[in-house]
Design a protein around this ligand. Structure first.
Ligand SMILES: [Fe+2]
Length: 341
């Protein structure tokens, strides 16, 4: 005789049932297809491509929820132990640090950590890098020649750059760049740079919009991530035809490579499958989607190649930053004080 019941059956009812069950009766749980719930702040198309390929390969269902880095980070903190999320995926590291700071991540399995080089994951192993993106200065090549480009992100604070550059300060992407600046140069230098930025730059809502503004000749350059340009080039190139990318060098804060994170929530009821998802994302399966797809984000798994359209990650002269140190609250405070938010 078999008795099946749903997982939602309370522990008390289960105990009562077991106590009353005659000897020789086996009690089995009904096989429900629960899947894992992923709070996906990564680009929707990338999240969908990852989820579908993972399900196809493993049979484990994935339910994606859509939101932004900070929206989800704050939501997870509010939900605490009651969060329905099993996995959190971000575009940038500061949102991961926020959730980690609240003690809500389950440590990443050691085998998974071993798939990603140390510089692409936080030192504490509470979450892991799943992809990366490079900061760039997307400039109007009809107006600027290479010798006229800023050598450092810090140069954009110079009065000579007044009215000539753009950014999208409200977004998680730009705030991650500021968090790197803070980590590398300290609070005083960051506050002073942000103050000059306020004087010099033009704000756009969204990085695509900032790039379009450069392309349209409204400003000479914009501080954005690499994939906006490559994504446009792979389509019609219409919004980037006048643009070239400048990758800052010499481990400048402007050469910051931002790590997209993945983590398993400590409150997850499906930790095994959630860990499997992280293992898959950072392994051949997830990383090959970065190589072959149209996200134009960098693959970071050991020995995994990125999309051939991108300059190799190993050629970029990015600064060494422990993503665990990237602080979103301080960045928001400093940007608010500078009148940028
Ligand atoms: Fe972005």
């Amino acid at each position: 005789m078999k008795i099946s019941f749903q997982r939602s059956t309370g522990a008390f009812a289960l105990a009562a049932l077991l106590a009353s069950a005659p000897i020789g009766v086996s009690v089995v749980f009904a096989q429900e297809d629960i899947g894992i719930v992923v709070y996906n702040a990564q680009h929707e198309s990338l999240g969908v491509a990852w989820a579908e390929a993972f399900t196809k390969e493993t049979g484990i269902k994935v339910t994606l929820r859509k939101g932004s880095d900070m929206e989800f980070a704050n939501q997870i903190v509010q939900e605490g132990a009651a969060s329905p999320a099993d996995v959190f995926l971000t575009e940038n590291s500061p949102a991961m640090s926020l959730v980690d700071g609240a003690g809500l991540f389950e440590p990443v399995a050691a085998d998974t950590l071993a798939q990603v080089p140390e510089n692409f994951r936080p030192s504490n192993g509470h979450w892991i890098g799943v992809a990366a993106r490079s900061t760039v200065f997307a400039y109007d090549k009809t107006k600027l020649t290479e010798d006229k480009l800023p050598k450092s992100l810090l140069d954009l604070a110079d009065p000579s750059w007044k009215g000539r550059w753009a950014a999208s300060p409200a977004g998680a992407d730009f705030q991650a760049i500021v968090s790197a600046l803070l980590s590398l140069k300290g609070e005083e230098a960051t506050a002073s740079w942000l103050k000059s930025m306020k004087e010099n730059f033009t704000a756009y809502k969204g990085n695509s919009t900032a790039m379009k503004a450069v392309n349209a000749g409204e400003v000479e350059g914009a501080v954005i991530y690499n994939y906006y340009y490559y994504g446009d080039q792979a389509k019609t190139g219409e919004n980037s035809k006048n643009i070239a990318l400048h990758f800052f060098k010499n481990e400048d804060p402007g050469a910051f490579v931002s790590i997209s994170g993945g983590g398993v929530l400590a409150s997850s009821q499906h930790k095994e499958n959630a860990q499997k998802f992280l293992a898959w994302l950072t392994g051949k399966g997830g990383q090959s989607i970065l190589r072959d797809g149209t996200s134009f984000e960098y693959a970071i798994g050991n020995g995994e190649a990125s999309n051939a359209a991108l300059p190799p990650l190993s050629d970029l002269q990015y600064p060494k930053v422990d993503p665990a140190t990237l602080n979103s609250a301080k960045v928001t405070d400093l940007m608010t004080a500078a009148g940028l938010l």
